[in-house]
Design a protein around this ligand. Structure first.
Ligand code: JBE
Length: 233
């Protein structure tokens, strides 16, 4: 998979060279490049924003550098998916991550939250599939941190990135429920005992207990994840 990121702060993405995603890049499974939007400006001050038509607070990102950036990066593949992180977008979930992990080429455009000139999204749709995606209902200063979170969630689903693929299926959200609690040695720590059932060696009973824990936690912490009938209590 190829991922291009356009940002006025490309060094944010140096962190993605660490750990699992760094190894995936070394192994050639993932090709990740962060580009400076200002590289597509042509004025002395490398201007990327201007005042909004119609008035109002803040600045809006100018369309010209975005147009050139998208032209150049989209030309590298057939029909890339172009993602703009935005609090006004559709919500990012594990399902979104799975969809995006199956694609060949993603381009992330990181705007500041006052926004990018709307015509950029229309134009981008002529070169690829455009998606505005939100990490959640809160406001960040720009799309960079949201992009990093999405790349991490997507990247670990690419075959070969996570060493043991079984560890992927037992995680929170993969089956629509929160994860069951985990314990390791010692069996007693500061007077707290690991639940007896986990020491029983009875795999069927352990599996049933874990399932019940998943439902219990989901009911108490995230009832919105359960079908309506199961949500109360
Ligand atoms: O979630 N997001 O994708 C955002 C992007 C930019 C600003 N705030 C956000 N929440």
């Amino acid at each position: 998979m190829r991922i291009d990121v356009v940002s006025i702060f490309p060094s944010y993405f140096d962190g993605l060279k660490l750990s699992l995603l760094g190894k995936a890049q070394d192994a050639g499974i993932l090709e990740l490049a962060a580009h400076d939007l200002r590289g597509w400006t042509h004025d002395r001050h490398r201007t990327v924003d201007d005042t909004p038509y119609g008035g109002g607070a803040g600045m809006v990102m100018k369309p010209e550098p975005w147009g050139l950036a998208i032209d150049e990066l989209a030309a590298a593949s057939d029909r890339p998916t172009i993602i703009f992180p935005s609090p006004a977008g559709e919500l990012f979930t594990q399902k979104t991550a799975r969809e995006l992990a199956g694609l060949e080429h993603l381009i992330f455009g990181c705007g500041r939250y006052e926004g990018i000139d709307e015509r950029v999204f229309e134009y981008a749709a002529s070169l690829g599939q455009v998606r505005l995606i939100s990490l959640g209902d809160y406001v960040l200063n720009g799309g960079e941190v949201a992009t990093m979170a999405m790349i991490e969630a997507i990247g670990r689903l690419i075959p070969g990135v996570v060493g043991n693929p079984e560890s992927l299926v037992e995680e929170s959200h993969e089956d629509g429920l929160l994860e069951y609690p985990s314990y390791t040695k010692p069996s007693v720590w500061r007077d707290r005992q690991v639940p007896d059932v986990l020491l029983s060696g009875n795999h069927a009973v352990i599996a049933a207990w874990r399932r019940e824990q998943q439902f219990e936690r989901t009911r108490s912490r995230r009832p919105d994840l359960l079908p309506a009938d199961d949500a109360e209590g």
